[in-house]
Write a protein that binds this ligand. Sequence first.
Ligand SMILES: Nc1ncnc2c1ncn2[C@@H]1O[C@H](COP(=O)(O)OP(=O)(O)OP(=O)(O)O)[C@@H](O)[C@H]1O
Ligand SMILES: [Mg+2]
Length: 392
Amino acid sequence: MATDATHDAASARSSGAAGQIAAPAAPAAPAGAREGAAVSLRSLSRSFGQVRALDGMSLDIAPGELVALLGPSGCGKTTALRIVAGFESADAGQVLISGKDVSGIPAARRDMGMVFQSYSLFPNMSALDNVAFGLRMRKIAGARRKQRAAELLDMVGLAAQARQHPHQLSGGQQQRVALARALAIEPRVLLLDEPLSALDAQVRVQLREQIRALQRRLGTTTLFVTHDQEEALSISDRVGVMRSGRLEQVAEPPVLYSRPATAFVAEFVGTMNRVPGELTAGGAQVTALGTTVPAHDGHNAADGPVDVLVRPEGLAVTAAGDGNGIVTARTFRGAVTRVSVLISGETEVRIDVPTADTAAMTPGAAVQVTLPPAPALVAPRRTAGDAPVLAD
Ligand SMILES: Nc1ncnc2c1ncn2[C@@H]1O[C@H](COP(=O)(O)OP(=O)(O)OP(=O)(O)O)[C@@H](O)[C@H]1O
Ligand SMILES: [Mg+2]
């Protein structure tokens, strides 16, 4: 495995305070790193008693691609990963690696690296021995094994911690050992199950950037499970949003954000407002906040009451003494301020406004909220008692 000067410099930087990690661009690829494999999940179903954990899930991942699986707790993310890894079997459907069905191949022979939701290091082994473990299983000789493990630890910025045991490492360091252990076998497929969930916000962002840089450098096909939408959108080539054992939409992050296929995706990814509206013209138009705009295609709804789904940056607000809303709160976010407005005494919306324009928008101030003349996404009208909006 090759190292280079940038890599060494990064390791030197990372050996300082606990929690500091190498710069994302630093990791060097091992010599002879293999091309990632194509991974296909074909109509996977799996039930546990009455619980249908997977319900016909299909997904094609290209070689070297990073796909994030995003979805609420219990929607089947871990089950999908465990079936791909071979730790769990499907009731129906197949997993294809480079086009070949791997159903009959045990986990240990699937050539995959996995970082589990709880990172499960061996407590009685040093960081180095943890990383070397998979190589030992693959019968790689002692000296070579130690050397490879040391290189991997160096790559994740932990050269100085090689002799420490898990209880002597911070959560972030343990995550990086788990990652190095998964990468040590140079897998053609990397499966990461919430690998960053135990970490504080800053380390989490640094480590996800490092994972992405490594993954790109090594060309490893990666399935990355998270329930953090910001994480999913920021590191993936594509994001799959799961709900109740199925994928609702798989798309590149900007498409998922701006062209959500369903109301569930729209509200799970990013913040979304619901404004009561009225569908007209055979479902082609929607009127809300006194404006009539084209209704987003593909919803085939009949004329009548609906909710218009609109992002915080998709509404306009101006100070107006006789306006339709009252400011209830404001949150400073740097260049923009998120202003909460109660419209017509019943609908609360959040609107992102350039901070410079918000001087008059203090709680209690009267404002006019308008819908810009762009096509709007509509969803069935939500009544009291329906599930609350999940996003912030
Ligand atoms: N071994 C099992 N035995 C019984 N039920 C299970 C088992 N594994 C998973 N389940 C159930 O299957 C469903 C999906 O579980 P899974 O662990 O795949 O969800 P998840 O999307 O990973 O959730 P989380 O975000 O909380 O980790 C859940 O209802 C869970 O309780
Ligand atoms: Mg899980």
